[in-house]
Design a protein around this ligand. Structure first.
Ligand code: SF4
Length: 318
């Protein structure tokens, strides 16, 4: 997915974080020796940063804390192919079977070290030593798991066992395409009772734009149903990435269709909390990368203002 946290577009230069002394966290049994060699920084969102299969902590300078990402797609498989996708070696497909015991052990081990302070001291700069969220987001579409509800239940149980409180959200970052599945709906419902939040992707509201940007055949009607389906089950934000294509800004027709989409969300009282609007801050790992460029901050700010004119809060990350 695009991000794991509102951080990922962290501004400024990422600071390389090196432990003062070599660290050994093998007491938990789940960190590999590579962990001591890996460095966390706001620029490095390496899914392998701690040598785990499903867990990857990210330091967010802007959010001022740590996000624990849960990657349910270690096979780098997604049913979409977004032009801006940052997953190297992305293939079409679905998530593999998830080792529930391993996921539980990895999350427990990670939270153990975060809560007792050792992870924060050894891997995180002083001004970022707080846990912001646990984000289900990885190298593909997480809701393509056949037992997504079971996975959410497991994550919630582990979170509850640590009494993380309301400050630590459980976020799902999704393209929304499996929201018709009962097990995904059950997972979202569970999240809604567990301080959960969904970020669902809408990058374009035209069939042409969706095809070009997301690599799928779909209509804005389908995306609307997906957004509505998410929002009725769990607090939901729309997540949108905008950029130039071959040097051209999004056309007036594209922008208008997007704003009409939001107007419909508002008119039909779909309880969307707002829009997370992203620019192109990190390079795409797809062949389409050569077409993409960052929009000016002026253009993005104007877009954010137009979103706010539809009466949605817009959070802009450049
Ligand atoms: S939906 Fe799939 S292709 Fe698009 S950004 Fe997320 S992981 Fe990449």
């Amino acid at each position: 997915m695009l991000t794991t946290l509102a951080d990922v577009r962290a501004v400024g230069k990422g600071e390389i974080i090196r432990p003062a002394i070599p660290v050994c966290l093998c007491r938990k049994g789940f960190y590999s020796a590579r962990m001591a060699e890996k460095i966390l920084s706001t620029r490095n969102h390496d899914r392998d940063a701690v040598g785990m299969t499903y867990l990857y902590p990210v330091v967010s300078r802007r959010a001022g804390g740590v996000s624990i990402g849960i990657n349910l797609n270690p096979n780098s498989a997604c049913n979409w192919h977004c032009a801006y996708c940052q997953v190297p070696g992305l293939v079409r497909g679905t998530a593999p079977g998830i080792g529930l015991e391993q996921l539980k052990h990895e999350l427990t081990a990670m939270l153990d070290d975060v809560i007792d302070g050792s992870f924060m001291q050894e891997r995180v700069p002083e001004n970022c030593r707080k846990l912001c969220d646990i984000a289900i987001s990885g190298n593909g579409e997480p809701t393509s798991c056949s037992n997504f509800d079971e996975i959410v239940r497991l994550i919630v149980e582990v979170m509850q066992s640590f009494n993380l409180g309301d400050d630590v959200k459980l976020r799902l970052i999704t393209n929304g395409s499996y929201l018709h599945k009962p097990n995904v709906q059950a997972g979202l419902e569970l999240m809604s009772h567990s301080n959960g939040e969904v970020w669902v992707k809408v990058d374009s509201a035209t069939a042409e734009g969706i095809k070009r940007i997301n690599g799928i055949t779909a209509t804005s009607e389908l995306l609307f149903k997906q957004v509505k389906g998410a929002a009725k089950l769990c607090p939901t934000w729309i997540q949108t990435c905008m950029f130039t294509w071959d040097g051209s800004e999004p056309s007036d027709a594209e922008v208008n269709a997007y704003l009409v989409f939001l107007q419909r969300v508002k008119a039909e009282a779909v309880p969307v909390k707002g829009v997370l609007l992203y620019g192109l801050a990190r390079p795409s790992m797809q062949v389409e990368a050569k077409h993409l460029g960052a929009l000016t901050s002026g253009w993005m700010q104007s877009m954010a203002q137009q979103i706010e004119n539809v009466d949605f809060p817009a959070i802009l990350s450049l």
